[in-house]
Write a protein that binds this ligand. Structure first.
Ligand code: ATP
Ligand code: MG
Length: 722
């Protein structure tokens, strides 16, 4: 009997409200506590303890006889510990009934952090362990800047030119105000009468400023585009590295949005954000200093409306930020839908479902529309009012400055210069108020990109993997359990051994878990419990590239990449020569149809090219497998899309291919598995029967026999017979 004490929190009350509850299991008693309420259940009185999955979250139920009792309801974030608790309790019941039972104890799920360790708020989505409140935008920004490392020299030149341009811009107001009015137009002034010279100097400094900004603008475009180019490459590489589960968890549309939208957003930020942040920052500081030097009293007047502006900005900007993130979320949903429809166009058209798709599209598009309008409305009120407030400062200067000139306390030229600088500083100031928001959403984009870059593949290779450049092809499953989704197991403890060179058939109803077994073998997913060994070595210890290069899979649905026929056959073996490719195609009975294509082996297929039939694709897939010369071959419904003549050819090709390899064949047409040495019948993720065709047929009421008979009847009905 186990003495381990385990507990799992739950958070949904009887009426659906939030509760803070805990289920504790101490090996003999299940104790449910919420607030002051407490209920105990003795294991001895119970038959089964299970977790039932709902659309969102699930519930813990106990069964005794026909009685069914609900103990606790919880949201998805508590699903893993609750599932473990239920499995542990069930295991304990099983052991107490049958002490001889050798069912292994369930293993504890890893403690995943589902809430922010800093503020304790649950993460907005369990797949995205990022807390929007505590996201350290500054460190994200520093990391974003690190992208500039490769181009340090160019960045330095750009920055210097920016400062030069900003400083040259400072000259015209001074020349056109103080110097022109006080020193040039007034008799006795230092430059009296030399209007041409002053105007020339103004033009020259303006030209220098513009010249410098043209040069840094060009360099800067190169920097921004270069950064985004390498960023996109990094994201693409990261996505190749990630495991299947990453892609099945995230909507592909969401990922597409992420790569396109976020990188484009960052590109703008690099191109128009960072540089103008620097230019405007330098300008604001420099102009501020010059204004104070010109007349500090006037400068203080300009600042009068500032507190009001700061107040408004701090009140309304969070709202704008909220609206922006709503806009982003809706946009992402819309992209997901459009992407779905594009990739499924054939199905949509074939089912005449265009109008339904349009009606699915309408409300989402409308949602985006409204989000954009809301953001725009707020902005169109906010920015003009800020601008109006700023002009209050200007009006004050005109008024006070005018009186001061009359009183003789400042010169006319000083006021003119001052107003010139005031005009210059408003632009950058406005930019700065807008950039705060921009900065914040850019950092959100950057953060999302970093999540992809930093995502740790769930299927990981050991640091010092065992290399087996040539495997024999023995396979062993030891009590393997696996679930795609928490608490929804698909494989329930499968143990089997396959010997080198053996051909095994996996049969069973659709959804039984046959393809899943092969997915586990190639480590597309890792088993949750138990072990899979190849040549006696756990596959988790093997080098992933050695493992995958020696296992070939031929699926029913063959994915062909945009490229030539030859490239598609050589996929995964770039070094293959044309002779080898042709040989493989011949072995797969594909040579004849390939040579009849417009450009033979160089015909481009896939996206825009020549479209092939199912049987033709299949033979290309077989040629691909032949070329790989794998030790282990997996045929998942490999002969399903063929007419009978082609099928005979394919059978012959496969027989040649099977020779001397370990083969796992999955087929619904049981007749295609006659050559198999042994068959495993899979039912609901378990092995129901195993043995040769004859052995299985000899079992009365056997599952396999049932399947064979049903298939024979079906074939007779449609007049095929076998
Ligand atoms: P078929 O004969 O129809 O190919 P199969 O025996 O190969 O069926 P599997 O593909 O192994 O069945 O699927 C087993 C179960 O796992 C099914 O219930 C299926 O819905 C589920 N499943 C398969 N792939 C995923 C996935 N990526 N995420 C969640 N569940 C999945
Ligand atoms: Mg399958």
């Amino acid at each position: 009997m186990t003495t381990e004490v385990t507990s799992a929190p739950f958070d949904v009350g009887d009426d659906g409200s939030f509760v803070d509850g805990l289920v504790i299991f101490d090996g003999a008693t299940l104790s449910v506590r919420a607030g002051d309420a407490r209920a105990d259940w003795h294991l001895a009185d119970l038959d089964e303890i299970a977790v039932e999955n709902h659309v969102v979250g699930g519930s813990l139920v106990v069964k005794s006889g026909v009685e069914h009792e609900l103990l606790a309801r919880f949201t998805a974030r508590h699903a893993a510990p609750m599932g473990y608790l239920a499995r542990l309790a069930s295991h304990t019941i099983e052991r107490s009934r049958d002490p001889e039972s050798d069912a292994p104890a369930p293993s504890r799920p890893p403690d995943e952090e589902k809430s922010c360790p800093i503020c304790g708020r649950p993460y907005p989505s369990p797949e995205r362990p990022v807390c929007n409140f505590c996201l350290d935008k500054r460190s994200v920004f520093i990391r974003v800047l690190s992208f500039l490392n490769d181009q340090r020299r160019t960045v330095f030149v750009v920055l210097s030119l920016m400062i030069v341009a900003a400083l040259f811009k400072l000259a015209p107001p001074f020349l056109g105000g103080r110097i022109l009015f006080d020193e040039t137009l007034v008799p006795g002034g230092r430059f009296y009468g030399r209007v041409g010279l002053i105007v020339l100097l103004m033009v020259a400094s303006q030209a220098a400023s513009i010249g410098a900004s043209i040069v840094y603008g060009r360099l800067n475009t190169m920097v921004a585009v270069g950064v985004v180019f390498s960023l996109k490459r990094k994201i693409f590489e990261a996505m190749q590295r990630l495991s299947m589960s990453f892609f099945s968890k995230k909507q592909t549309g969401g990922l597409l949005t992420r790569v396109n939208y976020d990188t484009t957003f960052l590109q703008y930020f690099f191109h128009d954000g960072i540089p103008y942040l620097v230019v405007n920052g330098v300008q604001i500081i420099a102009i501020g200093i010059v204004m104070f030097l010109l007349d500090w009293r006037l400068s203080l007047l300009v600042l009068i409306p500032t507190p009001v502006m700061v107040y408004i900005t701090s009140r309304l900007f969070p709202r704008i930020r909220q609206l922006y993130s709503r806009q982003y979320r809706r946009q992402s949903i819309l992209t997901g839908l459009v992407n779905d429809v594009f990739t499924g166009t054939r199905v949509v058209k074939a089912f005449g479902n265009e109008s339904q798709e349009i009606s699915r599209f309408e409300p989402r598009n409308d949602g985006v529309y409204r989000a954009v309008v809301d953001t725009g409305t707020l902005q169109s009120v906010l920015f003009p009012s800020l601008f109006a407030l700023m002009s209050v400062g200007t009006v004050l200067i005109w008024a006070v400055g005018g009186y001061w000139i009359l009183a003789g306390s400042i010169s006319f030229g000083t006021l003119m210069s001052f107003l010139g600088y005031l005009g210059l500083i408003y632009g950058p100031l406005q930019f700065m108020t807008a950039v705060v928001d921009w900065w914040s959403s850019s950092m959100n984009s950057a953060q999302r990109i970093f999540e992809v870059l930093d995502a740790v593949p769930e299927v990981r290779e050991r640091a010092d993997p065992v290399r087996i450049p040539s495997m024999r092809g023995d396979i062993e499953f030891r009590n393997v359990r696996f679930a795609y989704e928490v608490n929804n197991p698909v494989i329930h403890g499968i143990s089997l051994g396959i010997m080198e060179g053996e051909m095994i058939g996996l049969v069973g109803r659709t959804g039984a878990g046959k393809s899943t077994i092969t997915n586990l073998m190639t480590r597309l997913y890792d088993a949750d419990e138990g072990e899979i060994l190849i040549d006696g070595i756990p596959i988790k210890d093997l080098s992933v590239s050695d493992l995958r290069s020696q296992i070939a899979i031929v699926l029913q649905e063959t994915y062909l990449f945009a490229g030539s026929v030859a490239e598609n056959i050589a996929y995964g073996r770039d070094d293959a020569s044309r002779e080898e490719i042709v040989q493989a195609a011949r072995a797969a009975f594909a040579h004849d149809f390939i040579t009849s294509l417009p450009e033979g082996y160089d015909t481009v297929i896939g996206r825009e090219g020549h479209d092939l039939s199912g049987g033709e694709r299949q033979r290309i897939a077989i040629a691909r497998a032949v070329l790989r010369d794998p030790r282990i071959l997996i045929l998942d419904e490999a002969t399903a899309s063929m007419d009978s003549e082609t099928e005979q050819n394919i059978q012959a090709a496969l027989e040649r291919l099977i020779e001397g390899r370990t083969v796992i064949a999955i087929a619904h047409r049981l007749s295609t598995l006659r050559k198999a040495n042994r068959l495993f019948v899979i039912e609901h993720g378990r092995i129901a029967e195993s043995g040769t065709h004859d052995e299985l047929m000899a079992i009365d009421e056997g599952v396999y026999r049932g399947l064979v008979e049903k298939q024979r009847e079906a074939l007779e009905v449609i007049g095929v017979g076998e």
